[in-house]
Write a protein that binds this ligand. Structure first.
Ligand code: HSE
Length: 305
């Protein structure tokens, strides 16, 4: 008998200011995947929404590859050589909102449910990290909330928590895309000790202030000296947009992941912050749209409709 499941996976914003390759937050923008595993070699992929016009609909598809990886690790790939997938993508592609993490986690999560949750969520984190290369997007996509992730001898660990204060996430999504590879190539091999200290202090303060719900201490906690200074040249007007968001009332603002999206964390002045960000991008010749999101608290889950 054919079994089908539909999963919903959040987009994610990595780094969260000072937490380069470490912090991530799940956002209320979702990709949906309906997966059926088939006992014959047949693959049908239907994509709507973001990337529908160019994402591969054959065995190269990233979601399908994640499905295959999971089945292989569970030694079930021979049982299910084929599949049918229907995807609705809402997470913009190559913009710094974790579209590849959402794709990987969707494939892993859906396939895992169809083999009776053979793997735990911790094991899914490990598999997803091996595919993605870093845990800071896949961890919040799996667990929801803010996540602190690390790699210890190749093993991914992550701790997820909900901030104890309300926060809106305002994301300015520029019309151009930027590959993570290009954004990583802009980074130096080494950084000055003072910049490392700058980030350790802010990242620590950020986690403490979010956990305690203290907005006053968040004021300088979203700053970064490790990656943004090197990537700024890839995003016209980046620091001006960040400054404009803060001047309009945001607590802090930063690159979302490897960009080019910029994200502001705010408690109020939502329209002002949003307009300030897109308006400042426009002054630098960049068209953008803004998303007003909340923090997703669940991570990847079965979608019930
Ligand atoms: N932490 C990663 C980076 C996120 O900034 O390169 C990429 O999605």
């Amino acid at each position: 008998m054919e079994k089908t499941v539909k999963v919903r996976v959040p987009g994610t914003s990595a780094n969260c200011g000072p937490g380069f390759d470490t912090l991530g937050v799940a956002c209320t923008i979702y990709n949906d995947l309906e997966l059926t595993l088939l006992p014959e070699e047949k693959l049908e992929i239907e994509i709507s929404g973001e990337g529908a016009d160019h994402l591969p609909t054959d065995a190269r598809n990233m979601v399908w590859r994640a499905v295959q990886t999971l089945l292989q690790k569970a030694h079930r790939e021979k049982e299910f050589p084929g599949g049918r997938m229907k995807m609705l993508n809402r997470v913009p592609l190559s913009r710094g909102l974790g579209s590849s993490a959402a794709a990987i986690v969707a494939g892993l999560k859906a396939a895992n449910i169809l083999i009776d949750n053979y793997f735990s969520r911790r094991e899914l984190l490990q598999i997803a990290t091996e595919i993605e290369g870093h845990p800071d997007n896949v961890a919040p996509a799996i667990f929801g909330g803010f996540t602190v992730s690390l790699l210890h001898h190749g093993r991914a660990e992550s701790y997820s928590f909900q901030p104890r204060l309300p926060l809106k996430l305002i994301v300015a999504v520029p019309s151009f895309s930027l590959s993570t590879k290009e954004a990583r190539n802009a980074l130096p091999e080494t950084v000055p000790l003072r910049d490392a200290v700058f980030n350790v202090s802010r990242a620590s303060l950020l986690v403490a202030a979010l956990s305690r719900g203290n907005a006053r201490f968040l004021r300088h906690a979203f700053e970064d000296a490790l990656h943004q200074p090197y990537r700024a040249k890839l995003i016209p007007g980046m620091y001006e947009v960040i400054d404009a968001a803060r001047e309009a009332g945001a607590i802090g603002a930063a690159m979302s992941g490897a960009g080019p999206c910029l994200i502001a964390y705010t408690q109020d002045h939502i329209a002002d912050v949003s307009n300030a960000m897109t308006g400042t991008f426009r002054k630098h010749g960049i068209e953008s749209r803004s998303l007003v999101l909340d923090i997703d608290r669940r991570g990847a889950h079965i979608a019930k409709e």
